[in-house]
Design a protein around this ligand. Structure first.
Ligand code: DGL
Length: 267
């Protein structure tokens, strides 16, 4: 018997503390060009990495309610920090499907030859109970070196990828992990893929860099297929930012891989 695919032209909702989640949005748009996305960048409140669970949860609820008002058929929490802090609570509270993003410890553990893995993430992600449990359960006989990258999200929010300050910060965080023998380096924050090139220059061939954007996109596509895919031709992505000025407008346009976007302030 032939099964027909469900069609649903409602948008996919996606949010992050700022611009980092665009790394995931780009991966989805590349593979599902007919899907309309509604993206929220909460840049006025970035970084989330030094905020309390309560603060992060309150912001997430605000954004989820907003996306539901915009008819989101599912929501991608494109932020490791928010996922680790409160996606379980969000799933309990709302009925629509959520996809989250967590540091890619599993692929790192499966690939390491030295038995040593480095994880770059925010302070809040690394301190979260969910992350601690994940790391302990997956890496029983391996060494996981956690590195909180304080200040890095702020540099990336400014699109300050190539400055001496950003490179110094990256070196400060990455060099000790390489010295300890880590041969896998996990990018545990959706902002970090935007400085992949700068990270790769530091790492050289000493470690493999693990970016989870593609696997999160794969998971999101799986869920979207169940809910119903859109058959819109060239949909316009809507982006809402809590910190919208001319500079931010240009920054969003620079990071987004397609031209069909409209940018609005988030109230
Ligand atoms: N993109 C967010 C993440 O993946 C950044 C968190 C922050 O704002 O500190 O964790």
């Amino acid at each position: 018997m032939k099964t027909s695919l469900m069609v649903c032209n409602d948008p996919i909702g996606i949010f992050d503390s700022g611009l980092g989640g665009i790394s995931i949005a780009n991966a989805i748009t590349h593979r599902l060009p007919n899907e309309k996305l509604v993206y929220i960048a909460d840049s006025a409140h970035a970084p989330y990495g030094d905020k309390s669970d309560h603060f992060i949860y309150t912001r997430c609820r605000h954004m989820v309610d907003f996306l539901i008002k915009h008819n989101a058929k599912m929501i991608i929490v494109a932020c490791n920090t928010a996922t680790l802090s409160c996606i379980d609570k969000l799933r309990q509270e709302y009925t629509l499907p959520f996809v989250g993003v967590e540091p890619g410890i599993k692929p790192a553990i499966l690939s390491t030859k030295s038995g040593k893995v480095g994880v770059l993430a925010t302070k809040s992600s690394l301190n979260s109970e969910k992350y601690q449990k994940l790391a302990t359960s997956l890496a029983a006989d391996k060494d996981v070196f956690n590195q909180a990258c304080i200040g890095l999200v702020e540099q990336i929010e400014k699109l300050d990828f190539d400055s001496a300050d950003t490179k110094l910060l990256l070196k400060k965080y990455i060099a000790p992990l390489l010295l300890k023998g880590a041969d896998q380096l996990v990018l545990g924050c959706t902002h970090y893929p935007f400085v992949y090139k700068q990270i790769a220059e530091i790492v050289g061939d000493r470690a493999n860099i693990i970016d989870t954007s593609e696997s999160v996109a794969t998971q999101a596509i799986k869920i979207a297929t169940k809910v119903g895919l859109s058959n819109t031709i060239k949909p316009t992505t809507e982006i809402y930012s809590s910190l919208l000025n001319d500079k931010m407008h240009d920054q969003i346009k620079t990071l987004w891989n397609t031209n069909s976007i409209s940018i609005y302030p988030l109230n």
